[in-house]
Design a binder for this molecule. Structure first.
Ligand SMILES: CC(C)(COP(=O)(O)OP(=O)(O)OC[C@H]1O[C@@H](n2cnc3c(N)ncnc32)[C@H](O)[C@@H]1OP(=O)(O)O)[C@@H](O)C(=O)NCCC(=O)NCCS
Length: 182
């Protein structure tokens, strides 16, 4: 079950931070870019910050297993090494309605059980209701493209009448290359 949660107990905060750290530092040799964009203090601050929408996915026992942070205050999305101006330039009609997903992660103990798909479905419905768009980044060393997955979730939600927008367009906004020469 996915919840949009605004407040967290002390132990929930520690648990989320533990998931985040484990999910993003699983294999440090996998990506050239540092994956932990939040420090402990910026992470805890964002849990209190109303500008961040916190989607959490809980299992049958009520334990949080996955979560995603989104914000349409793009200045606050800079934490994920993005530049707001570029996104606004790419989607000028959506100014104020561009929600950047600064993180999505699943507890590595339960990877592959559909928790990320469940969260993404709720995020897409959230965007649809607001006539908004989502933006995000990911390491291409780990994930080839999110497009097929997002398209599949959108088709399923549309078939169930859970989203109304007709055309969902996937556009690449930029790329960062890390290299060694010599
Ligand atoms: C990426 C991540 C959220 C996926 O979690 P998960 O537990 O595998 O998610 P799900 O079980 O819901 O599967 C999601 C779908 O993504 C696919 N997927 C998962 N990891 C993938 C990868 N590395 N490359 C391509 N597709 C991938 C799965 O095959 C699945 O598709 P399916 O429904 O067709 O089987 C998880 O591995 C994670 O937390 N990674 C570290 C954090 C991260 O990189 N986040 C993304 C950028 S912020």
């Amino acid at each position: 079950m996915v919840l949009l949660k605004a407040s967290f107990t002390r132990s929930e905060k520690e648990w989320l931070w533990a998931i985040y750290k484990r999910a993003f530092s699983a294999d440090p040799s996998e990506t050239a870019q540092e994956q932990l964009c939040y420090t402990r203090s910026t992470f805890f601050r964002s849990l209190l910050d109303r500008d961040y929408r916190k989607f959490v996915c809980v299992d049958r026992t009520g334990t949080i297993r996955a979560f995603a942070f989104l914000t349409n205050n793009l200045k606050k999305a800079r934490v994920a090494y993005m530049r707001p101006e570029r996104f606004v330039l790419m989607a000028p009609n959506f100014r104020g309605r561009i929600f950047y997903m600064t993180t999505i992660c699943v507890d590595p103990e339960v990877n592959g059980r559909g928790y990320a798909v469940e969260i993404l479905a709720d995020v897409l419905m959230f965007l649809d209701r607001r006539n908004a768009i989502g933006a995000f980044d990911y390491a291409s060393e780990k994930i080839q493209s999110w497009q097929p997955l997002l398209d599949r979730i959108v088709s399923r939600l549309r078939a169930k009448g859970q989203i109304t927008r007709e055309a969902w367009q996937y556009r690449i906004v930029g790329r960062q290359e890390y290299a060694i020469y010599g």
